[in-house]
Design a protein around this ligand. Structure first.
Ligand code: SF4
Length: 471
């Protein structure tokens, strides 16, 4: 399937037996094998929305002029419970809501939409609003771009010694868009905000010159929108001895949720699976970093068949997601999701804190609550599901985990540690921040015990070059 192919009809071939849901076992595989996508321009054509009031539909249209919107028929018809609108978590995950932008911005955009203003005027206002939504959290564009033969490689990031992130240019969209996405800026048409690389050769050349890199992460957008022939171009060179040091290839994807047909019915699905199998047989560790926000995304027969087929190649599927208000701010949701993931053979991996960007005013959850949800959820599951790390913040200096809330010498504190750090020496060193019930992100935190700065502050400021610390 290519994202540019809007519709391709493939007849369902078989039934599937689901390992955890006996009622689903008798259902045929989904008939939504036609990839049909709706964007802001087609929002009003979505049949299911006709049940909403004109006011609700208008609000969605206003917000969709600011934040990216894209949804496909599989999500609309199989993942959303339309009897539970607007609370349904997948509706919240994919459809714009009024509270996602500031009231003043909403009113200004509503005015333009009401008077049917020219696209240029709408785009200009949207651009102005975007600049207030922190489009580059954690200094991604400035600090992590590697150099190769003296030139910056724009479609890559090398933030941690052993891991390189690669943004293939063909994978910079997604099968649907998540309303909370921290990469929203690259979907709103501003090319300056995009990360992408056309150049497989540069990627391979850079990695040949960097023997310390053991892990490569393909990310996007969603790289699984790419056709298999692109994957072959990127991945086959890893079968050769000169890239033997790259042992793990991770693929960050939400395709299992938004388009599991990618692994079952798309015309090049089998070729993709065979490619993965060859890499596994050659000794590579292939890890899907699957993004599931809610157990509701894992109930259809087709997603379960996709999981089965991927696991059959020898690839491992790890599951991760941020904790998001209106979607999964509930320990019971996480506990059920992790339990079902283990049952399906997935490894629960990360619970992230919602990032400080985009529609965060609508989605953010205080760190104290995020920790409470994590703790209460993990207490409900067996050891096999306690592989989840978190709550974790991908901040400028590194990946910071909230280990707990404690009282030390009469002061209430957050206990923190680096899971990953710009300096590997920072990893696993506990450090402490003043407890703040309203803090929602790392840069809201202040050092505990009267300290002026954290142990890494000066070193990180020096790395940032101009001394400006971006968390
Ligand atoms: S699938 Fe990932 S990259 Fe795409 S919109 Fe969702 S969170 Fe963002």
């Amino acid at each position: 399937m290519s994202i540019s192919v809007k519709e391709s009809v493939i007849t369902p071939k078989k039934s599937v037996v689901c390992p955890t849901d006996s009622s689903a076992a008798t259902q045929p595989l989904t008939h939504y094998t036609r990839y049909k996508v709706y964007t802001q321009r087609q929002l009003q054509q979505i049949e299911a929305l006709q049940a909403l009031s004109p006011e609700q539909r208008f609000e969605m249209e206003v917000v969709a002029n600011v934040l990216p919107f894209r949804v496909n028929e599989y999500v609309i018809n199989e993942l959303i419970d339309w009897d539970n609108i607007p609370a349904d978590p997948i509706f919240q995950l994919t459809f714009p809501q009024r509270g996602m932008i500031e009231p003043a911005d909403f009113d200004r955009m509503a005015d333009l939409v009401r008077r049917d203003a020219q696209r240029k005027e709408i785009t200009q206002l949207a651009g102005e609003i975007h600049q207030r939504l922190n489009p580059h959290p954690a200094g991604q564009q400035e600090m992590n771009v590697p150099l190769f033969q003296g030139e910056p490689l724009g479609g890559m990031q090398h933030k941690y010694r052993e891991t390189v992130l690669f943004f293939p240019s063909q994978g910079q969209v997604c099968h649907s868009y998540c309303t909370f996405c921290f990469r929203w800026a690259q979907f709103v048409g501003n090319t300056e905000l995009r990360f992408a690389s056309h150049e497989a050769e540069k990627l391979h050349g850079y990695l040949r010159a960097h023997q310390e890199v053991t892990d490569l992460l393909f990310t996007g957008g969603d790289p699984m929108v790419m056709r298999t022939r692109h994957w072959e171009n990127y991945l086959e060179p890893f079968l050769a001895p000169d890239l033997e040091h790259v042992q793990t290839i991770r693929i960050g994807t939400k395709s299992l949720s938004f388009w599991p047909q990618r692994y079952v019915y798309d015309e090049d699905a089998d070729d993709l699976l065979r490619l993965l199998e060859r890499l596994v047989k050659a000794g590579k560790h292939i890890a899907f970093m699957a993004h599931f926000n809610h157990w509701q995304e894992m109930q259809t027969p087709v997603v379960r068949e996709a999981i089965r087929r991927i696991r059959d190649t020898g690839a491992v599927i790890r599951a991760q997601a941020p904790l998001i208000n209106h979607i999964n701010n509930d320990p019971a949701v996480w506990a059920r999701m992790w339990r079902e993931q283990v049952q399906l053979g997935l490894i629960p991996y990360y619970l992230f804190v919602e990032r400080d960007t985009g529609a965060k005013r609508y989605f953010e959850v205080p760190l104290a609550r995020t920790h409470e949800v994590y703790q209460q959820a993990i207490q409900q599951v067996s050891g096999l599901a306690r592989t989840v790390r978190g709550p974790s913040m991908s901040a400028g200096p590194g990946k910071v985990e909230i280990q707990g809330i404690s009282e030390i010498n009469g002061e209430k504190v957050f206990v923190l540690r680096f899971i990953q750090g710009r300096n590997p020496d920072w990893v696993q060193k506990p450090f402490f921040a003043q407890y703040d019930p309203h803090a929602t992100w790392f840069d809201d935190l202040k050092p505990a015990f009267g300290a002026q700065k954290f142990f890494f502050t000066d070193e990180y400021a020096a790395m940032a070059g101009d001394g400006e610390v971006i968390y």
